[in-house]
Design a protein around this ligand. Structure first.
Ligand SMILES: [Zn+2]
Length: 90
C-alpha cells in the first residue's frame, strides 16, 4: 500500500469537502476584507441568504450594486463579507 498516495488523496478529499460545505451549507471562512481593512467572516451567497433572510436575487443585487463587500475566488466562487450584510428586516 502506498501511504503517501493515500495521504495526498485524503487531503484532496478534505479540500473538496470543505468547498462543498461552503457552497451548500454556507459555512464561513475568515479572509482579509480590503473594504473592512481587517479579517472578516466571508460567507457564500447561500449563507448570506440564511443570515439576512433575503432571496438569492436580493443578495446578488447587493453584490452588483456594491452594497456589500465581496470577493471572487479563482474558481469564480463568490464570497460575501458578513460585516457588510444588512441586518435582517423582520
Ligand atoms: Zn468587509
Amino acid at each position: 500500500v502506498n501511504f503517501t498516495a493515500m495521504k495526498k488523496r485524503r487531503t484532496e478529499i478534505v479540500v473538496e469537502t470543505d468547498e462543498i460545505v461552503l457552497r451548500r451549507v454556507g459555512a464561513s471562512v475568515a479572509i482579509w476584507c480590503a473594504e473592512c481593512g481587517s479579517l472578516a467572516r466571508m460567507i457564500a451567497p447561500e449563507g448570506a441568504m440564511a443570515v439576512t433572510g433575503a432571496s438569492s436575487r436580493e443578495v446578488y443585487r447587493w453584490v452588483e450594486a456594491g452594497q456589500v463587500h465581496f470577493l471572487e475566488t479563482v474558481e469564480g466562487f463568490l464570497l460575501i463579507c458578513s460585516n457588510s450584510l444588512p441586518t435582517r428586516a423582520n
